[in-house]
Design a protein. Structure first.
Length: 142
């Protein structure tokens, strides 16, 4: 099972405060454990929402909304993509994670990714082939 583990933003992360060296070292050690266990597929920190934008869809209309975005508790400050056997395994890894921020509380959210078999008959053999081809192209670039 693949899952995305999202680090929820805080006021400090939205203000652009960078982590301490001690936190970066602790997170680096945790990431090493994830990689050695074959769990981590990707992981990155995100810049504050003030440096981003949203595109809102309403039928054929597209509206661009510049950051920053007001609800800090609804924002993501970073993420991992993990390959695990179950949600329970992802939770166990998340419990071992250092607190992502130097001060106060923080929160991780774990969300399973859809896999091809989740889409049923609507995911035709042609669409499956296209998906596999695109994944192969992406992998070849890395």
């Amino acid at each position: 099972m693949r899952c995305m583990v999202m680090v929820r933003a805080t006021r400090a992360s939205e203000a652009g405060e960078m982590p301490s060296q001690a936190l970066m070292e602790a997170m680096g050690a945790f990431n090493e454990e994830l990689v050695k266990a074959g769990v981590m597929l990707a992981g990155e920190g995100l810049k504050p929402s003030a440096e981003g934008a949203r595109v809102r869809f309403a039928g054929k209309t597209r509206t661009v909304i510049d950051g920053p975005f007001a609800e800090t508790k609804e924002l993501v400050a970073g993420f991992w993509l993990w390959q695990v056997r179950s949600l329970e395994e992802a939770i166990e890894w998340a419990r071992r994670c250092p607190n992502p921020f130097d001060s106060g509380e923080s929160e991780l959210e774990i969300r399973p990714l859809y896999e091809a078999e989740d889409f049923g008959a609507e995911f035709t053999p042609e669409l499956r082939e296209q998906e596999e081809r695109l994944r192969a192209e992406i992998a070849a670039r890395n």
